[in-house]
Design a protein around this ligand. Sequence first.
Ligand code: SF4
Length: 409
Amino acid sequence: MYFQKGFGLKSEVGPVLARTYQSPVIEKLKAQGYEAAAGGLHIKLAREFGFCYGVDRAVDYAYQTRRQFPDRRVFLSGEIIHNPDVNQRIRDMGIRILEDADGPVERFADVAAGDVVILPAFGVSVPELAHLKAKQCVLVDTTCGSVLNVWKKVHHHARDGYTVIIHGKHHHEETRATASQALTHEGGHYLCVRNVAETELVCEFIRGRRSAAGLMAHFHEAASPGFDPDQHLARIGLANQTTMLMSETLTVQETLRRAVAERYGEADLDAHFRAFDTICSATQERQDAVLEMLEQGGLDLMIVIGGYNSSNTQALARMCAPRVRTYYIDSPGCIAAAGIRHREVGATVETSTAGWLAAGPVRLGITAGASTPDSVVGEVIERILARRGATIDQLTAPAGIAQGSQSYA
Ligand code: SF4
């Protein structure tokens, strides 16, 4: 059995989801024009932040699935989304999250025929899906429509003989699932580039300034089996993980386009190069909203909330960090009396910073990745207000709050 459209239980789970993931603090801030002040803090919320349509739908289906199959074992192939709070609630409903493994056999070793398996918003790879179908599991597929759209582009590239270059993290579930689509076509291949620096390496090869062996020494884990740069970089089609930094994706595209044009000539470009922008609209809107806040200026610091393994949250933090002191946190518990626990952009461990909230007036910007519910953002705001002995009831229109002293803009 294969379900993609829920079980008609929206009216039953809707109130539970609203109670669990919505927040009166956020409702209040939105009603006040996305900014308010209390305790000397001027808090500005990004115009777009938090749960996207794909995550909303995936979480809704997970709750519906639990209701639909109360007596069956229910599994999730990896985290439903990259948010620790949401994943814990899913576990608390008795849904087991299956850790990553070397392949489908290992990952789904404990899953048997008749068990229910929820496929996350990022999708699963072609071999994983085939394995679960062969095992005769009940599949609830929450793959986001925007991810399916990327897969469609990948199929176009691979079908027409273009190697798929994916701007994404090769170990990320979404990118692995996307890459696997390319291999469903005879002769299909892929190569994942994480950033502009890696793109430059590919361009050096295309321009004849780097050997095939030298290139593969770097990309052996990020390319399809049997990848031969001489053969497989002659015709390339671009796609990207939906949650990457838009500005970086455009640079990756343009960098590759220039290298291919130099190698084959502008007149022959179409025969060797294709590009589709596959950043999803939710990611784009959240990045645009942050850019708007940064352009307006005047912020003393920025709080970015989301799982540390969430690509789209990382992208938001990367946008903020060069322009304003930024604290990237994954949960309300990061705000404590002793200081703030956070991750610097690009770091793999948390840091603790005491005295992060200066005395006197402070202008604070807040955003959150697409997998962060309002309830988490609201609790973060409550905890920050508590540092100043203030509560949400005291939040009022922000007139009269002077610009703080710790300006980084
Ligand atoms: S971030 Fe975009 S692609 Fe990912 S689930 Fe949300 S809407 Fe879908």
